[in-house]
Design a protein around this ligand. Structure first.
Ligand code: CP
Ligand code: NVA
Length: 309
């Protein structure tokens, strides 16, 4: 089985065994990294990175990942590209594919990433769209595996907006065999199509994905509790309205007590303290958010090595 040349757009078309391959390689590279060992698996190869939205973790972890793999990363500001002056995606895609061995793109509409991938005959990696964040989800399940020693029988509770991060988390968890329970305010549930796709691709036929409006129900007996911002990038003007609608979904110490006592706390970051999560929880003993942020680097190194190698 080879992942060479494969796009990473949503995780929908990545099988359970392909995800396990990423996680296993990520774990190995991480361990060797800590011992000071680096492998030039992508020597002479270049990743182009297009960012239509801000980023700290994604940009830096991809750049460092490419350097550690012996390759190069180019930060491409769309405002400086002809794309910013209206050059079509299909031309940009075909031209970039003549220079680069891979493209990472963070943008708004998911269809732009699909179009780029359609026209570029090199791997395209989604670094976040309005609908999916697959690189985040790979780091999330890697973090859960490290902290819990495996996936069997685990339950992840997700609190808040059924957004890009939630969609990718649902897909990744289903494919590795984790149960997911989401608590979202009415009207902010994840897309039904994504939940259906995740159910269809479950590794464990009995694993569950439940969506409720009750945070206490979702958190009951959870092994990991995850939350994300209430207003994502591009939704800034809805922020005030969402503060009202999401106020009962804040991950605070009282709510966290509903989960198992050894539950870990996850957040993709950046976090808005005292909105979706309290400072006490994110800084508390159960928080694994910095391991999770670190794992972006290791999971992406594995993806890059497998698809561009
Ligand atoms: N979690 C995440 O993708 O962070 P950045 O927006 O900083 O890349
Ligand atoms: N849901 C957030 C994730 C940021 C990493 C957003 O899209 O802004």
């Amino acid at each position: 089985m080879s992942l060479k040349g494969k796009d990473l757009l949503t995780l929908k078309d990545w099988s359970s065994s392909e995800i396990y391959e990423v996680l296993d390689l990520a774990g190995k590279l991480k361990k060797e990294n800590k011992e000071g060992k680096f492998h030039p698996l992508l020597k002479g190869k270049t990743l182009g990175m297009i960012f239509q939205k801000a980023s700290t973790r994604t940009r830096i972890s991809f750049e460092v990942a490419m350097w550690q793999l012996g390759g190069d990363a180019l930060f491409l500001n769309p405002q400086d590209l002809q794309m910013g002056r209206g050059e079509p995606i299909k031309d940009t895609a075909r031209v970039l594919a003549r220079y680069l061995e891979g493209i990472m793109i963070r943008t708004f509409s998911h269809s732009e990433v699909e179009e780029l991938a359609h026209y570029a005959d090199i791997p395209v990696i989604n670094g976040l769209t309005d609908t999916y964040h697959p690189c985040q989800a790979l780091a999330d399940v890697l973090t859960i595996r490290e902290h819990k020693g495996g996936f069997e029988g685990l339950k992840v509770a997700y609190l808040g907006d059924g957004n890009n991060v939630a969609h990718s988390l649902i897909l990744a968890c289903a494919k590795v065999g984790i149960n997911v329970s989401l608590a979202c305010p009415p009207g902010y549930e994840p897309q039904e199509e994504v939940v259906e796709q995740a159910l269809l691709s479950r590794l464990v036929p009995t694993s569950e994905i439940t969506v409720t409006s009750c945070p206490q129900d979702a958190l009951k007996d959870a092994d990991a509790v995850y939350t994300d911002v209430w207003a994502s990038m591009g939704q800034e003007e809805e922020h005030k309205e969402r503060l009202q609608k999401f106020m009962h979904y804040q991950l605070n110490m009282d709510l966290l007590k509903q989960a198992k006592p050894d539950a870990i706390v996850l957040h993709c970051l950046p976090a808005h303290r005292e909105e979706e999560i309290t400072d006490e929880v994110i800084e508390g003993a159960q928080s694994a958010v910095m391991d999770q942020a670190e794992n972006r680097l290791h999971a992406q190194k594995a993806v890059l090595a497998l698809v561009m190698g």
